[in-house]
Design a protein around this ligand. Structure first.
Ligand code: A3P
Length: 328
């Protein structure tokens, strides 16, 4: 259904199966089993109509708030062999700009400007990106899978435990100028998250489809969790290098490079870069650059979720993930 057709549905019908209010007043639309804001529905459809990955592309896929920004920094550093020095790309650019997102930055009406401040600006398009292209997306595998499989591009998927994900999302939205403060209680966020009503959700279906594809085709999809990346950062950077075709030397120099990437991409390092503290807004969503860095911890949900909310999420996690042998 076109968004314009959805617009014709009377607002009082928002709880019908096709649309539901989220985060206070934002209306989410259901499309092919997943929920989208109107803007993301439009941009996702544009991606589906026109995006054709190149064989050398790296697609970073994730559900929102699961570590996308961190992985953007890591993948860019691995592929562009960035070393720690004054003009490191990560000291000059926000990771969101180094690795644009298909539906958030590229297939939008007016994406990032190429020629800053010109009266008739030209906007960044996917064709303008240099190889090896690294592109990010939150579009579920169930919807984007055929496109991803149309060429030999590689997919890296990061996920995160559902409780930290929902808490991170809840905080993130509090920073949006679209959202009136205190309009969205954390209980409501948890309830909708558990019912799958969240942009690009259901979260569980999102994770399981990419995970299944990584089990079926490990040479195509690299699946990792935020928590493992925290614990074993070096191992993952090394394995990602191999997976992407940019392996590190087995020598001391290779180890040094890995150490440098881990350090440069750490929460402490990235969140202290001036460019990442800015109040500018990198995407179609009204959120500042700084909002992509909050705490960067595992288990922060304990500071925000009551026992009943934890039990509610755990019950869905058991039903959806544990039943498939995915333990969180
Ligand atoms: P918190 O809100 O729990 O702090 P995404 O990039 O997918 O939007 O995810 C954002 C989450 O990742 C936020 O979590 C953010 O603080 C955290 N994050 C951002 N950069 C990070 C990094 N370099 N290392 C660890 N966590 C990071």
């Amino acid at each position: 259904m076109e968004p314009s057709e959805l617009d014709n549905i009377n607002d009082t019908n928002y709880s019908s199966p096709q649309r539901e209010k989220w985060c206070g007043h934002i209306i989410l639309y259901k499309f092919q089993g997943f929920w989208f804001t109107e803007t993301y529905l439009e941009t996702t459809k544009k991606v589906l109509e026109t995006f054709k990955p190149l064989p050398g592309d790296v697609i970073l896929a994730s559900f929102p708030k699961t570590g996308t920004t961190w992985l953007k920094a890591i993948l860019h550093s691995i592929i562009h062999h960035s070393r720690q020095h004054e003009n490191h790309p990560l000291t000059l650019n926000h990771p969101q700009d180094l690795v644009p997102s298909l539906e958030t930055n590229l297939y939008v009406e007016n994406g990032p400007e190429l020629d800053g401040g010109n009266e008739n600006p030209e906007f960044l398009a996917v064709e303008d990106l240099q190889e090896a292209r690294i592109l990010a997306t939150h579009i579920p595998y169930q919807i984007l899978g055929d496109i991803l499989n149309s060429t030999d591009c590689k997919v890296v998927y990061v996920t995160r435990n559902p409780k930290d994900t929902v808490v991170s999302l809840w905080h993130f939205l509090q920073k949006s100028s679209d959202v009136e403060k205190d309009q969205w209680a954390v209980e409501a966020a948890v309830d909708q998250f558990c019912r799958g009503v969240v942009p690009f959700g259901p979260y569980y279906d999102h994770v399981l489809a990419y995970r299944q594809e990584s089990l079926n085709r490990p040479e195509k999809v690299y699946f990792l969790t935020y928590e493992e990346l925290k614990q074993k950062s070096k191992d993952h950077v090394r394995k990602l290098g191999e997976f992407l075709g940019f392996p590190f030397d087995e020598s001391e120099k290779g180890e040094e490079k890995i150490d440098e990437i881990v350090k440069m991409c750490s929460f402490e390092s990235l969140s202290s870069q001036q460019v990442n503290k800015s109040d500018d807004n990198p995407s179609v969503f009204p959120l500042p650059y700084s909002s992509f860095f909050r705490k960067g911890e595992v288990g922060d949900y304990k500071n925000y979720l009551e026992d009943e909310m934890i039990a509610k999420i755990d019950a869905v996690t058991e039903e959806k993930f544990h039943a498939c042998g995915f333990m969180y």
